[in-house]
Unconditional design. Sequence first.
Lengths: 226, 403
Amino acid sequence: MIRTRGLCYQYAGGGAPLRFPDVDLRQGGTLLLRGRSGTGKSTWLSLIAGLRGAGGGDLFVAGTQIGTQRGAEIDAWRARHIGFLPQKLHLSSALSVADNLALAYFAAGLPRDDAFIARALAGVGVAELAQRKPHQLSGGQAQRVALARAVLLAPLLLLADEPTASLDDEAAADALALLQDTAAACEASLVIATHDQRVVRALPGAQVLDLNEIGLQRLLDKREQL
Amino acid sequence: MKSIVQLARLSWRYLWSRPLAAVLNLLVLTLGLAAITLVLLVATQLDRAFERDLDGIDLVVGAKGSPLQLILAGVFHIDVPTGNIPLQDVQALQANPLVAQVIPLSLGDSYQGARIVGTTPDYVQHYRATLAQGRLWQQPMEAVLGAGVAHGGLAVGAAFIGSHGLGGGGHAHGDHPYRVSGVLAPCGCVLDRLILTSTESVWKVHEAATADEPEDLEILKEEREVTVALLRYRSPLAAVTLPRQINADTALQAAAPAIEVTRLLRLLGVGADVLRAFGGVLLAVAAASVFIALWNAVRERRADLAMLRMLGAPPGRVAGLVLWEALWLAALASLLGLLLGHALAQALGWALQAQGLLPVTGLVWLPAEAGVPLLAALVAALAALLPALQAYRTDVADLLGQP
């Protein structure tokens, strides 16, 4: 679940803070984060993941209030509760698929569990690829591996950044379906950052956080200042 | 503990994901450490050999010439002697109240590169050498072999013929064969490389070689000579007067080993310093090379590292990954460097032994060598410092695109 109240972010350079609309997302729900680049999509994601400190407002993610913890605590919290599927998948080319998944254990400081890795790979339908290197995978296979990595530790919140970019219609539909199924399998809330209309059409029931409007607002603010 | 194992395993993987850079860095680091190990081994062994061979010898007396040459020939048996001195003069020294003990040495012949030294049993006692087999010489033409010489295949009871000169290849004294009466146990001193016999044997061989008539033999007996005399003082005060007295009043030369060896070690020390500096330069190059490799690795892997942060790794763990990569290099290079250093010392030992010079071996391990892995770790940690800091500061925003 995600709940924000008056969440805002102050850029280091100064200027007017970025104010985000309030969000209420129930556990297991789906949120579409829309906005062109430059509207604060990445900033909102990094706030939710505890990577940046908010400039103001309250932020609750997966039952935890973010912003009260110290660095190591928030890292440990992120390891346990946030799954992340980046747009560029960032599988480490030096490691096999199974070892890439094991990075999640390493990052969380947990002992490696090969049975779980195998189960996560099977869950996204690529069990047979465990010993391959990332460069031996097709784009779709690589995305499945990255998804398996994201949900390995059964997170409460799954963040997906532009999961359908550069996919054709059929592949995009498959990817979305798999994303939803995988999130549902571990009862995680799902946040999809996208500017792809196909995603919006494919998920009519999802909540939407549209940052284009606040982007417009900021632009107007700046004009007024000039 | 478990996470350290994971860290080590993962950094090992990352290290060998760029095999060329890893091997190059390993090579430079290994060479630097090997050079330093070699200097350490050789310098320590030479110091020890000098110390042991010199122990208890206060003054060396021989013919006029270079004092350093006198010491090298008379104590370490690695140079030709300056000449001979009359036996009478040596006997006069023996009578001097300042002198506690005189050990005469007569050089001149060798057997397969090992010097045949005519002396008294005092020489053996001086180095506290013991017999491994047989007994000491009791009559002329009996010889006792040093432990190193006995490896040549001679055993107690065997006969051998000395050849004139210290190098070998000289005139063979065929009509005066020596008989081996005993073999010394290894003492780790100069005796290991020598063949000992009585002074009379050496005289007998050479007098018979030069004298044609029995009368000549009588005359030669009157003029008997030795090559060097090793002196021990009765009191430290002798050091003040005796060397000056000998050098000024007699045709002999007195050289104090302590002074000459200090001079020699200073000369050798320059060589050691050069080699050590060379090792230092290699290590500095290695540090730079490791630094560049890690810096590039961190840049290449920025996304990987950011992903680790995103997956919940604290910055310290991400930086530790880079540090461990350098430590792996240090560990491997220490191992290879120590082995290579010892192999080089052993090779040098062979080369020196072939020339009958000082004993150096690569088969000893010195406590000071524990410093080599420490040095390697220090160099590696230093090289990894900035890249690790860079990794520590990895910004996850890279992953999320620019805000």
